[in-house]
Ligand binder design. Structure first.
Ligand code: NAD
Ligand code: UPG
Length: 441
């Protein structure tokens, strides 16, 4: 099938390459000429494990092309909207201007029977609005939210946990004839994962849009729950990692997403819970989501607490102290620094008078673009040279594997803050380090 993917960022570039891998003929379209040039050359414009190999493989088939020209979408049967929906500066709501402009640019190139499949994460009601704007065009809008995780994006796209189709429905909630035809088109797009028994949820527009923000709200709540427990652990001398293990053995709770530490960041969870709260307010049901304000503030408190912990281990002040921050990305196996807890804590320390040196295996360039005045190092050992305190802020495997003796040989003071609760306190203390973590004795 011929497919267009509009917006080739962390979501769209992976989606385009994966659709080509599934055998489709794909054109990826983006307004950013540098991104398009890189992708067209078969090079990933950001770090995502497996993407370079997939691009090389699918580009070689001739089935995957990229363009800055929306006209290249003409002739495709299914058009995936994958543009950004960031938080509006200074407000909670989502900025829909990229969705609007991409949709308007695409409209002239749509033909009878085409399907426009929304993948961006949007406030509920967006699909209904876009569908109304397609009336009379012969094209059909579906909402097909995406659940991939950065760092696992290729695997998650090729082998998703589930697929969700939000179709146009009649007054009784039954898909219209156009909805049925659009479903058949999506079934063809996803024939391979569907044949692998990927669960499929077919529903209406509103439910499909809500599924996405509900899932992210649940994940954010789970993380903030364990971070709230970490606050209790700190007040009582308990260990949040053991607590998470113990409650996680209950299959109804589950151990995944119970890792306490610096909390959640990235281009999705923080902005999605805020946009969800804003939308609930517009719908007159803000009370339903007041708990998400608490989820957000528990999360943000972890960052403040980490700066306080640095102050504590430095005997009351970080002014003039050398701090090595290991990690800038919002999570390992990504170069994404959007709302990164690591970068945010590093920046707070710098603003409060510490001399911060930051390092990350992949995210230094993105971090540097945001904080050009910060000092950057190429490795943990280089960052830690003469440090008064070392903060592990993003749990890259190479930081988990650090040797306390090797690191101890280069620092000024053996003080380590484990922002992700991934180091063994016994081992580090035995090597002479002061070990501190959030929610762990
Ligand atoms: N990143 C993820 O892991 C992920 C997962 C699921 C859903 N989402 C959602 O997907 C959407 C995209 O997220 P992202 O992380 O890929 O963002 P991103 O910023 O990395 O990518 C968005 C891309 O859209 C391009 N763009 C903007 N306007 C355009 C236009 N008019 N025409 C063509 N291209 C245009 C930008 O140049 C950019 O490359 C968001 O709504 C996000 O919430 C993201
Ligand atoms: O136990 C945990 C798990 C995660 N995190 C943090 O939470 C953030 C988000 O992690 P993750 O959800 O793995 O990354 P994303 O790539 O942002 O993926 C989320 O956001 C995407 C965009 O909406 C969705 O598609 C995914 O399903 C959803 O997991 C990161 O800062 C992690 O460090 C924790 O603090 N503790």
């Amino acid at each position: 099938m011929r497919i267009s993917v509009i917006g080739c960022g962390y979501l769209g570039a992976v989606h385009a390459a994966c659709m080509a891998k599934l055998g489709h003929e794909v054109v990826g379209i983006d307004v950013d000429p540098r991104k398009v040039a890189s992708l067209e050359a078969g090079e990933a414009p950001f770090y995502e494990p497996g993407l370079p190999e997939l691009l090389a493989e699918t580009k070689a088939t001739g089935r995957l092309t990229f363009s800055t020209d929306m006209e290249a979408a003409a002739g495709a049967q299914v058009h995936f909207l994958c543009v950004g929906t960031p938080q509006v500066h200074g407000e909670f709501r989502a900025d829909l201007s990229y969705v609007d402009s991409a949709f308007e640019a695409l409209r002239p190139f749509l033909a009878e029977g085409d399907v426009v499949a929304g993948k961006s994460t949007v406030p509920v009601g967006t699909a209904e609005n876009l569908a109304a704007r397609l009336e009379g065009s012969g094209a059909t809008l579906v909402w097909n939210p995406e659940f991939l995780r950065e760092g696992f994006a290729v695997k998650d796209t090729l082998h998703p946990d589930r697929l969700v189709y939000g179709l146009p429905t009649d007054d009784e909630g039954v898909p219209t004839a156009a909805g049925d035809a659009a479903k058949a088109a999506l079934d063809e797009v996803y024939a391979t994962p569907l044949a692998d028994r990927t669960p499929l949820v077919v529903t209406d527009y509103a439910t499909a849009q809500l599924v996405k923000v509900a899932a992210n709200s649940f994940l954010a709540t789970k993380i903030s729950f364990i971070n709230a427990m970490a606050e209790l652990c700190e007040a009582t001398g308990a260990d949040v990692t053991r607590l998470a293990d113990a409650i996680g053995y209950d299959a109804r709770i589950g151990r995944r997403f119970l890792n306490a530490g610096l909390g959640f960041g990235g281009g999705c969870l923080p902005k999605d819970i805020r946009a969800f709260m804003a939308r609930a307010g517009e719908l007159g049901v803000s009370d339903a989501l007041t708990f998400l304000a608490e989820v957000d503030s528990i999360n943000m408190r972890r960052r403040v607490r980490m700066v306080d912990l640095a102050r504590e281990v430095c005997h009351g002040s970080i002014v003039g102290r050398k701090v090595a921050v290991l990690g800038a990305a919002f999570k390992p196996d990504s170069d994404d620094v959007r709302d990164s807890p690591a970068l945010s804590v590093a920046a707070q320390m710098q603003l409060q008078g510490a001399h911060v040196t930051l390092t990350d295996p992949q995210a230094v360039a993105n971090a540097q673009a945001k904080w050009p005045d910060m000092k950057f190092a190429h490795s943990a050992l280089e960052a830690a040279a003469d440090a008064d305190v070392v903060l592990l802020a993003t749990e890259w495997q190479e930081y988990r594997d650090l040797d306390p003796d090797e690191l101890g040989a280069v620092v000024a003071h053996k003080r380590i803050l484990d922002g992700r609760n991934v180091l063994d306190p016994v081992r580090w203390r035995a090597a002479g380090w002061t070990y501190r973590a959030l929610g762990r004795p």
